[in-house]
Write a protein that binds this ligand. Structure first.
Ligand SMILES: [Mn+2]
Length: 360
């Protein structure tokens, strides 16, 4: 298992690689070329530069989060051919740079959605929160302004201010794109890129939709155990895999996380894991708590145990953390609480491993 942290690059992240290096047990980071717009091919030299910077700090660039998918691919427009070709170039260059894990998502228009980016808890910490009742009552444009206002000056993936004008246009283009159609378009994309992934041994790790249901009337397909089973069948290659994100799949309390991890149709395709806990106030109303089992609704021991039992040896990272100790950072991506998350998850892993009498 490779314990990592997400790092947004020198230009977009307040957390230094040197600090990440000081967290016990962290061997690398997952990062991205955040200045390359979705649909553009990644240049080998840019990837190598990022890699060099990470390695200079004594860390490994273990994977990419994310190489974003152009909307035309998701919508299934004829122009997708060009964008798929570009995506293949990006994958090829990543392979040449010896990077073998790529996280991506297939959510229409919006990336992850929260209604509050800095909700204060009783202990003074700040967390991200979601309230389905607020989403139901507002238009997407309003949501965009809300995210921008609360982001503390950082550009959030999927919520880039320059996308605002595209949004209404995109809503128009998504008319008629049903869940079935979106699933077909995912298959089309996977079938096209899998030969490149096979050649360069790049594990594609599809991130679940967050939250795991449709928002603003847009279709969403990566939402449940059944959906993951269906997606695994879209393309046989083992490189067609998943990011098991507890926070995203877990947003729907009907999703049994340890059961999903142990599902043999899914388990060997888990290439990347995001671990975080969430506290539910009611169905569809939650905030992102500390990683500890006792602070949220998920039993983190059972989740890590399931990963251990399936022999998981991929990439893992703590997910969003709280903002504590007056840290100023990207919402969800401060150093301190994610470091606490790493320490806790490493502790769980060591205890489970040492209690395993079979000692595999
Ligand atoms: Mn995640």
């Amino acid at each position: 298992m490779d314990m990592t942290l997400r790092w947004f690059g020198k230009k977009h992240d307040s957390v230094k690689l040197e600090y990440i290096k000081q967290i016990p047990g962290v061997t690398g980071v997952v990062s991205s070329l955040h200045d390359v717009p979705a649909g553009e091919p990644w240049k080998l030299e840019d990837i190598l530069e990022l890699k060099k910077e990470v390695e200079k700090a004594g860390l490994k660039l273990i994977g990419i989060e994310s190489v974003n998918i152009h909307e035309d691919i998701k919508i299934g427009l004829p122009s997708r051919e060009k964008y798929i070709e570009n995506y293949k170039i990006s994958l090829e260059n990543l392979g040449k740079a010896d990077v073998h894990m790529v996280c991506y998502n297939f959510m229409p228009i919006f990336d992850w959605t929260r209604t509050e980016l800095a909700k204060q808890l009783e202990d003074g910490s700040y967390v991200m929160a979601y309230d389905e009742n607020i989403i139901k009552g507002i238009k997407p444009e309003t949501m965009f302004e809300r995210m921008e206002k609360e982001s503390g000056g950082f550009i959030l993936p999927g919520w880039e201010p320059n996308r605002r004008d595209e949004i209404m246009d995109l809503f128009e283009k998504y008319k008629g794109v049903t869940k079935e159609k979106l699933m077909e378009n995912l298959k089309y994309f996977l079938d096209a890129i899998m030969p490149v992934c096979e050649k360069y041994q790049i594990k594609m790790a599809l991130h679940p939709d967050d939250p795991a249901w449709s928002v603003f009337g847009l279709p969403r397909i990566v939402t449940s155990e059944k959906a993951l089973e269906e997606i695994a069948l879209l393309n046989d290659s083992i490189y067609n895999g998943f990011t098991l994100c507890t926070g995203s799949l877990g947003s729907n309390l009907n999703n049994n996380l340890p059961q999903i991890i142990r599902n043999p149709k899914i388990s060997n395709r888990i290439h990347f894991v995001h671990l975080r806990n969430m506290k539910f106030e009611s169905d569809g109303v939650f905030y992102e708590s500390s990683h500890l089992s006792c602070d949220g609704n998920f039993d983190m021991y059972e989740i890590v145990k399931a990963l251990y039992d399936i022999g998981f040896d991929g990439v893992v990272r703590p997910d969003h953390g709280r903002m504590i100790w007056d840290e100023q950072a990207r919402p969800g991506y401060g150093l301190y609480d994610r470091a606490l998350g790493v320490a806790y998850l490493n502790g769980l892993w060591e205890a489970i491993r040492k209690n395993d009498k079979s000692n595999k």
